[in-house]
Ligand binder design. Structure first.
Ligand SMILES: [Fe+2]
Ligand SMILES: [Fe+2]
Length: 205
C-alpha cells in the first residue's frame, strides 16, 4: 500500500479497495454509511462533523479497517517503527492493534485530520473510556452495518431502536463481551471494560 496524500473521499475509497478484500471493502462502506445514519438518528452533536471536505462518519468508516488484513507481525512492527504504544491485551491478541495502525495510517494519508477522528478509529476495536459520539457511533456501526450476516434484521433493529446512542452501544458491548467469552477468543480488554463502566455510569445502571 502506498501512503501518498489523499484529498477526497473517493481517493480514500479507492485506496481501501486496492488494500483490502472485497468483503472488507463493502463492510467498510457499510460502516461509513451506518455511522452517518446513527449520528443523524440519535441527533448527535458532541463531535467534529467535518474537516477539509470530509464528513466524520464517512471518513472514519472508510478508514477504520485499512490495516485489518495485515499479519500480526506487520501490525506489531508498524507500531514499533512509529512509536505507537501496545497494551497487554493487544500483545495477547494482535488483531486488536489494527485500529491504532489504521488511525496512524490516516495521519500519513491526510495530515492534520482531527484528533477526535483519529481516536474514534483507534478505539473502534474494543472501545475505551471517554468516547465521544463519533467514536460510539463508529463502534456500534462496525457491529450492526448491513453486511454483517451474523445479525438478524430483528436483532439489528433491536440495537438501533434503543432510546440513546449510549444505550445502543451498551447493548452491543454486553453482547460482544459475552460472545468473546463463549467462543474463548479473548477476555474482555481493558478498553471494553472501561467503556462498559462509563456507559453504566451515564445510563444510571
Ligand atoms: Fe476493525
Ligand atoms: Fe470493521
Amino acid at each position: 500500500m502506498s501512503l501518498q496524500k489523499i484529498c477526497t473521499i473517493d481517493q480514500l475509497k479507492n485506496l481501501l479497495k486496492e488494500t483490502v478484500s472485497q468483503k472488507r471493502y463493502l463492510h467498510s462502506l457499510g460502516v461509513a454509511q451506518t455511522t452517518e445514519m446513527l449520528l443523524e438518528h440519535y441527533k448527535c452533536t458532541n463531535y467534529e462533523k467535518t474537516w477539509n471536505g470530509f464528513s466524520a462518519g464517512e471518513f472514519c468508516g472508510v478508514i477504520h479497517d485499512l490495516a485489518r488484513e495485515l499479519p500480526a507481525a506487520d501490525l506489531i512492527s508498524y507500531c514499533r517503527k512509529n512509536a505507537i504504544d501496545i497494551t497487554q491485551s493487544e500483545i495477547e491478541s494482535p488483531v486488536l492493534i489494527h485500529g491504532k495502525v489504521s488511525a496512524h495510517m490516516a495521519k500519513v494519508l491526510c495530515p492534520g485530520y482531527p484528533e477526535s477522528w483519529r481516536r474514534a478509529v483507534d478505539v473502534h476495536t474494543t472501545g475505551d473510556s471517554a468516547m465521544d459520539d463519533l467514536a460510539l457511533a463508529l463502534f456500534a456501526a462496525d457491529f450492526v452495518e448491513p453486511t454483517r450476516v451474523f445479525l438478524t434484521d430483528e436483532k439489528r433493529n433491536e440495537y438501533i431502536s434503543k432510546p440513546s446512542l449510549d444505550a445502543c452501544v451498551y447493548a452491543i458491548l454486553c453482547d460482544m463481551i459475552a460472545h468473546w467469552k463463549e467462543k474463548g477468543y479473548h477476555e474482555a480488554s481493558e478498553g471494553s471494560l472501561a467503556l462498559r463502566k462509563d456507559l453504566e455510569i451515564r445510563l444510571g445502571l
